[in-house]
Design a protein. Structure first.
Length: 273
C-alpha cells in the first residue's frame, strides 16, 4: 500500500470474476455493498474475512442480471444474513424462477429503475441499462466523496448510455470476455459462439480495448478488465489487446494509472479508488 492509496476512503475488491462466478465489494473499508454474488456463500464469507469485513458490513447486494454466475450464492447468503437486494424488476422475476434462487426471500427485494439514482452508505449509485440477454441487465456507476467507479460487465455492445457511464468514472471495471481468434477456433457450438459475439452477448478484448484507448486520460486511476472467459481468453491476451490499442492510438499511459485483469478465483484485496 502506498501513500496515495491510503488517502482514498473508497475501495473496491473483487472476490471472483469470470464465467464461473462474479462477486465484487464496493464501499468504505468498514461498510459497503456487494455487486453480484455468483460464487458460493462460503466463498463470499471467506473473502469478506480476508479483507477484515464482516457480513454485517454489507448493507446491500446489487445484482446486474439473473444469470447463475451472478446470483449463485444469493439464496444461501441471504438466508444466513437477510441483506437487502437491489435489482431491476425483470431481474427479480428471473431470480424467482431460477432453480438455485427461487427460495430467496422476496421481502428482501428492492426494485430499481435504470437512470434513477439512489444512495446506500452515503455512496451515490446509478444503475444503467446494458445490452445483454440476462433479465433486467444493468451496470452500476458509484460516486463517493469525489471518487467514481463504473462497473460495466456482460455487455453485447457499447451503446451510447454505457459509453457515457464509463466516461464519467475515474475507476473502470470493464468486460474483456473473449479473444476473437480463440472463440472462432474453439470447441463451442456455432450457436453459442454467435450468442457470445452477438449484440446481446459479451465484449471482446478488441472491442473493450479500443474503447478504453479512445477515452483514456491521465485522471483515470484504475482500469480493471473483468469477466474473462476461461475457455476463450487469457489474461495475457486481454492485456496485450489493450496495450496494442494504446500503441496504435499513440496513448501515453500515465504512471499513476494501474491496469490489470481481475482474477477468476482469487480476491484482489482492496483497490483504492
Amino acid at each position: 500500500m502506498d501513500l496515495f492509496s491510503c488517502l482514498s476512503p473508497f475501495v473496491f475488491c473483487s472476490f471472483a470474476s469470470g464465467s464461473s462466478g462474479n462477486c465484487y465489494y464496493v464501499g468504505k473499508q468498514d461498510e459497503g455493498v456487494l455487486v453480484d454474488v455468483g460464487i458460493s456463500a462460503q466463498q463470499i464469507l471467506t473473502g469478506l474475512r480476508k479483507n477484515d469485513l464482516s457480513p454485517q458490513c454489507i448493507k446491500a447486494i446489487l445484482i446486474t442480471h439473473d444469470h447463475i454466475d451472478h446470483v449463485k450464492g444469493l439464496e444461501v447468503l441471504t438466508k444466513q444474513y437477510p441483506i437487502p437486494i437491489f435489482a431491476h424488476a425483470d431481474c427479480f422475476q428471473g431470480i424467482k424462477e431460477g432453480k438455485a434462487t427461487k427460495k430467496v426471500d422476496a421481502a428482501l427485494f428492492n426494485e430499481i429503475e435504470p437512470m434513477q439514482g439512489f444512495t446506500i452508505c452515503d455512496i451515490d449509485i446509478l444503475a444503467f441499462p446494458v445490452m445483454h440477454d440476462g433479465r433486467g441487465a444493468v451496470g452500476y456507476h458509484f460516486g463517493f466523496e469525489g471518487h467514481t467507479l463504473t462497473i460495466a460487465t456482460d455487455i453485447g455492445m457499447l451503446d451510447k448510455v454505457v459509453k457515457e457511464q464509463i466516461r464519467r468514472a475515474d475507476n473502470i471495471v470493464i468486460e474483456s470476455n473473449y479473444d476473437v481468434e480463440m472463440l472462432e477456433k474453439g470447441s463451442y457450438p456455432y450457436l453459442l459462439k454467435q450468442r457470445i459475439a452477438g449484440p446481446f452477448g459479451h465484449l471482446s478484448n478488441l472491442e473493450s480495448a479500443r474503447f478504453v484507448a479512445e477515452i483514456y486520460h491521465a485522471g483515470i486511476k484504475n482500469i480493471m478488465l473483468c469477466h474473462l472467459s476461461e475457455n476463450n481468453n487469457t489474461p495475457e491476451r486481454a492485456m496485450h489487446s489493450l496495450y496494442e490499442q494504446f500503441r496504435l492510438k499513440r496513448v501515453h499511459l500515465d504512471a499513476s494509472t494501474s491496469i490489470f485483469p481481475l482474477p477468476r478465483h482469487k480476491d484482489t484485496g482492496f483497490v483504492y479508488l
